[in-house]
Design a protein around this ligand. Structure first.
Ligand code: GLY
Length: 453
């Protein structure tokens, strides 16, 4: 089976690593990939002209290339190409692809669409209201902050905003400033034209990744949840400092108890599936439930229509089942009878970032990795913002590189994750922080409390 993976982050490296373990998978192309996927077994990077898989021309070229190469399975990592209709284009060309179509991808690409879906199908969520004009939004914020002890107000830009579209306003004036910036000044472009204002709730965040198979006209849709995970979004220990793309993850989450899991199934997963089926959504792909747990009850904060990053780097090393077979079962509608198997124990995956991240940081620093020391810990590196000499394709012919025989250089803020398995969460954490000593680059920084916060 020839596989194409779209994306260039640590999540895509983890997907490639796991798919490479599948006997049925013979070759994996990662477009555009990174320094880690360039060195992964069975993998070769496929540059995307222009670099952006959400761009129309790139999508057209990718579909044409996939047809010519007779790609058997495509897996899409990030949200932007999904929101831009990559799945629709591939399906129209008869190419098997894992991901929601453009309509279903609105569960992430439009916060207003997602909230209205949750309300319509009784998915437990937090009170919110959608606004298309700034004056009404300001009036609502004023009423909100006039209550006794009002909670903060979460201002969410409707569209995709690369992690910059959600701001927690602690006061009326803060809310007004954000609304001015999103709706009037359009600092996020079209993404901030519409906003959702949502009550802030305290609690503990949990991410549930899952496989979905909801095929229009076919009964027996399924959502198969994975082990729970927790991302640590803030830059510094103790959940302080600016938001980042994710400073590390653990899986499973010890405080996601069986009782809470049951609540999640009943209050969130089942109504979501019902809604997908009633709406006739074509959703054959991964989904991410962003949950807040308060007093043992789950509230859905958001859907993402893809696997989470860095949660994937903690969850996939625990997956015993064959990821290629799982993908095929989402596509042919047999997911309901797929038996998902997990390793015991836990994985802790701290992320090493470039000094200065999430503000400005240097790129191009050499990464040194002591392979022997790393091997002793059994930890796996998932590369994100780092490049090697990419293997390029010429005339459809690709060279497969073997092993990490090239130097890697930093090329992004989040450089790599160190995913370590342990008998339990504590053990996994100890191993991850031992393994991280095998990696060095100028300015390297990481949080020391992944899984503890
Ligand atoms: N970890 C959250 C995300 O992938 O957006």
């Amino acid at each position: 089976m020839k596989v194409l993976i779209i994306g260039s982050g640590g999540r895509e490296h983890a997907i490639a690593w796991k798919l490479a373990q599948s006997d049925a998978v013979t070759r994996i192309f990662v477009a555009p990939g990174n320094g880690g996927t360039a060195g992964e077994a069975k993998c070769v990077n496929l540059p995307i002209p222009g670099g952006d898989p959400a761009a129309e021309k790139a999508q057209k070229d990718l579909a044409a290339w996939a047809r010519k190469e007779k790609i058997d399975l495509t897996v899409v990592g990030p949200e932007a190409p999904l929101a831009a209709g990559l799945v629709d284009r591939f399906r129209a060309a008869g190419l098997p692809i894992v991901g929601p179509d453009k309509n279903a991808a609105q569960l992430e690409s439009s916060k207003a669409f997602a909230k209205s879906f949750m309300e319509k199908y009784g998915v437990r969520t937090v009170r919110s209201k959608t606004f298309i004009d700034q004056i009404s939004a300001i009036d609502y914020a004023e009423e909100h902050f006039a209550q006794d002890n009002p909670p903060p107000l979460v201002v969410k830009a409707n569209g995709l905003a690369a992690g910059k579209g959600v701001i927690i306003a602690l006061s009326q004036s803060e809310a007004e400033n954000v609304l001015q910036s999103f709706m009037r000044e359009r600092t996020l472009g079209e993404a901030g034209r519409i906003v959702v204002l949502e009550d802030y709730i305290e609690g503990r965040e949990v991410s549930i990744l899952a496989a979905v198979s909801s095929i229009p006209g076919k009964a027996g849709g399924t959502i198969l949840p994975f082990v729970s995970a927790r991302d640590h979004k803030r830059r510094f220990e103790g959940g302080r400092g600016p938001n980042t793309g994710g400073m590390g993850a653990i899986a499973p989450v010890p405080d996601f108890t069986p009782a809470i899991e049951e609540d999640f199934r009943r209050a969130i997963l089942e109504p979501t599936l019902r809604g997908m089926e009633r709406e006739g959504m074509d959703y054959r792909g991964f989904i991410f439930f962003g949950l807040m747990i308060r007093e043992d009850r789950c509230f859905l904060l958001e859907y993402n229509v893809r696997l989470g990053d860095p949660e994937t780097q903690a969850v996939l090393p625990l997956l015993k089942s064959d990821l290629g077979e799982l993908c095929l079962s989402m596509l042919d509608g047999s997911l309901g009878s797929f038996s998902l198997q997990w390793e015991s124990g836990a994985v802790c995956a701290p992320v090493a970032v470039a000094g200065g991240y999430p503000s400005s940081y240097f790129k191009g620093n050499l990464i040194t990795i002591d392979r022997e020391e790393l091997a002793q810990t059994g930890a796996q590196l998932f590369i994100a913002g780092a490049t090697a000499d990419h293997v390029v394709t010429t005339g459809g012919q690709a060279n497969v590189s073997a092993g990490y025989d090239r130097d890697l250089y930093t090329a992004g803020g989040r450089v790599l994750a160190i995913s370590a398995w342990g008998a339990d969460e504590e053990d996994a954490r100890a191993r991850a922080y031992k393994a991280i000593r095998a990696v060095r680059f100028n300015g390297m920084a990481f949080r020391r409390d992944i899984g503890r916060e």
